[in-house]
Write a new protein. Structure first.
Length: 282
């Protein structure tokens, strides 16, 4: 059995590190968690040292901890990318959540594999609730244009939930929503929020993701999610799918089934550890 050291800072309970660690425990791997600030004290007794991007770039893994893998999420953010590109060079395996990040890392001399966002189907789960919300969105309003979309949605569809909530309430909110709204920023691939919406059984309505990451993962427009390209189209689509229950729920169910079967953190973890194991044994 592979013995894994998983390294990330536990500052919140709803981070990718937490979800990866949960996947490790449920897969019955032998593992131990470490904070990145304590990495210098990690013993050389593990088969792989897996670091999960958590925004801490002041610390790094000692070079003697091998084989080491770095799962990166923030390549689309300019300031973090500078630190990421410096640190990632000494890792044996680099996995990147953003497809455009692969090219950026390559320019920095770093070979990386795509490992996109996922869901935890035990936490982000479909509940048997009525659809009391037209639109569901859990999170901050953020910057332009997302905040303007959300402001308009609030005015047009008052029977919606748009705002912050504990991650433990996410399933209740999205399960009770006819449509789950999201806006993908430039440089981002399909995100955690997209996966969480679909895993909870709401129909995902998201701006067209330019890098094709959704399609690469098997999602199809108006089959398992719905894309919008302009603000006018966004509101036309909301008007249509809020009223057309059968068509909307068919899309939502297809998105749900694909997400919970193929795009969980268990899936991602198995892909990462299989890649590491295969290359170590080669």
């Amino acid at each position: 059995m592979m013995k894994v050291a998983i390294i990330f800072d536990k500052k919140r309970e709803d981070t990718m590190g937490i979800y990866f660690e949960k996947a490790l425990s449920e897969a019955s791997f032998s593992y131990r968690h470490f904070w990145l600030r304590d990495a210098a004290g990690i013993k050389q007794e593990f088969d792989v040292y897996l670091r999960i991007d958590d925004g801490d770039y002041a610390n790094d893994l000692p070079c003697e901890l091998r084989p080491c893998a770095f799962w990166i999420s923030d390549t689309h953010l300019k300031k973090p990318f500078k630190s990421i590109s410096k640190q990632a060079k000494h890792y044996d395996f680099v996995f990147c959540a953003m497809k455009e990040g692969l090219a950026a890392l390559s320019k920095a001399g770093i070979k990386a594999l795509w490992s996109p966002a996922a869901c935890d189907s035990d936490i982000h789960k479909r509940l048997n609730t009525g659809k009391k919300f037209d639109i569901g969105y859990v999170g901050n309003d953020g910057g332009s244009p997302r905040k303007f979309y959300l402001q308009e949605i609030r005015e047009r569809y008052p029977s919606s939930f748009l705002g912050n909530a504990p991650y433990t309430k996410m399933s209740e909110i999205y399960s009770a929503s006819k449509i789950g709204f999201n806006y993908i920023r430039p440089g981002e691939s399909i995100t955690m929020r997209c996966m969480e919406i679909m895993s909870c059984g709401a129909m995902l309505l998201v701006n067209r993701i330019k890098d094709g990451s959704a399609q690469d993962l098997g999602y199809r427009d108006k089959e398992s999610l719905v894309f919008y390209d302009t603000p006018d189209e966004l509101f036309k689509l909301i008007d249509y799918y809020v009223k057309n229950d059968v068509e909307r729920e068919k899309i939502a169910d297809a998105g749900f089934k694909l997400t919970v079967s193929e795009h969980t953190y268990k899936n991602r973890l198995n892909e990462i550890l299989s890649t590491v194991s295969r290359n170590i044994c080669a």
